[in-house]
Ligand binder design. Structure first.
Ligand code: C2E
Ligand code: CA
Ligand code: CA
Ligand code: CA
Length: 283
């Protein structure tokens, strides 16, 4: 239950207020977690679907992990919204960006993985900050990661009302050489408009559509249509949440460029990521 204003608390059912207490506790724990460094990063590879480089890792999505000493593993689907409400996501997101850029730069240097790319999720709370572009530029300079090896994943939650501002920022990032991905495509309300007005390079098809391949005819057709749409706009297509061989077959035949999902790999801690990378090295 979300509290819209103070007056609404009294309408809460016992269950709702219980979960509200939980939310408040979790928010508190989140603040402590930042101080006590309970976060880590996991990397999930995105593999090339066809052509000469089939089966090699092109890019990796970095995903935040929170291991609480008592509560155990807490899913980002639960804590990211809280971090956004409290604006803690600004600090946390900055840490994710900096740490992952540094990590990937180290891998590049130590293992000649020069073209390896990292995809970082950016919350709209982070993105709309006035200094966001400068922050990204600073991190690239500090870590030495080439801009062409960084991809930013942005969802439709970035406010459409500020389309002009958003557009300016995206174009600035693009001019720097950074890749821009539209995340969770198809799950929002204005997906097509986003494609039309913003300069995205990559389209990420949401797992909720991929799940339906091949059994759900509507999902299967929608995914095909999304791939066509992206190709028409000269965008790369990444499918997320791919778990079966059948899905891979459909997606690669349909023209999807990159595959991310448990079929190839779960998100992995850094050491295991490196091992995976060395086994699926991009020449
Ligand atoms: P997302 O951006 O859609 O990320 C993909 C999610 O799908 C990840 O969940 C990933 O572990 C999961 N996934 C990938 N392949 C499969 C598969 O084959 N099967 C299944 N069942 N799941 C798969 P995760 O790591 O729990 O993250 C959930 C969401 O939390 C992400 O969704 C993203 O919106 C958010 N998130 C995670 N890390 C960050 C971060 O550093 N910053 C921000 N702003 N958001 C983050
Ligand atoms: Ca993502
Ligand atoms: Ca996604
Ligand atoms: Ca998703």
């Amino acid at each position: 239950a979300k509290v819209q204003g103070p007056g609404q608390i009294r309408f809460c059912t016992p269950q709702a207020s219980q979960s509200m207490l939980e939310q408040i506790r979790l928010q508190h724990e989140l603040f402590l977690a930042v101080k006590q460094q309970q976060f880590s990063l996991a990397y999930q590879p995105q593999l090339i679907t066809c052509g000469a480089y089939q089966g090699q890792v092109m890019s990796m999505e970095v995903l935040l992990r929170w291991q609480h000493p008592e509560l155990g593993f807490i899913s980002p689907a639960r804590f990211i919204p809280l971090a956004e409400e409290t604006r803690l996501i600004i600090e946390l997101g900055h840490w994710v960006l900096k740490t992952s850029c540094h990590q990937v730069r180290q891998w590049q240097l130590e293992h000649q993985l020069d073209n390896l790319r990292v995809a970082v999720n950016i919350s709209s709370v982070q993105f709309v900050r006035e200094d966001f572009v400068q922050q990204v530029a600073d991190i690239l300079e500090e870590t030495g990661l080439p801009a062409s090896c960084l991809e930013l994943e942005i969802t439709e939650s970035v406010a459409m009302e500020q389309a002009e501002q958003v557009s300016l920022k995206l174009n600035e990032l693009k001019r720097m050489g950074i890749w821009l991905a539209l995340d969770d495509f198809g799950t929002g309300f204005s997906s097509l408009k986003y494609l039309k007005i913003f300069p995205f390079d990559i389209l990420k098809i949401d797992k909720s559509f991929v799940d339906g391949i091949p059994h759900d005819q509507q999902d299967t057709r929608l995914v095909e249509a999304m791939i066509h749409l992206a190709q028409g706009q000269n965008m790369q297509v990444v499918a997320e949440g791919v778990e079966t061989e059948e899905q891979i077959k459909h997606l690669s035949q349909g023209g999807c460029d990159l595959i991310q999902g448990y079929y190839f790999s779960r998100p992995l801690p850094p050491q295991q990521t490196l091992e995976f990378l060395l086994e699926h090295q991009l020449a």
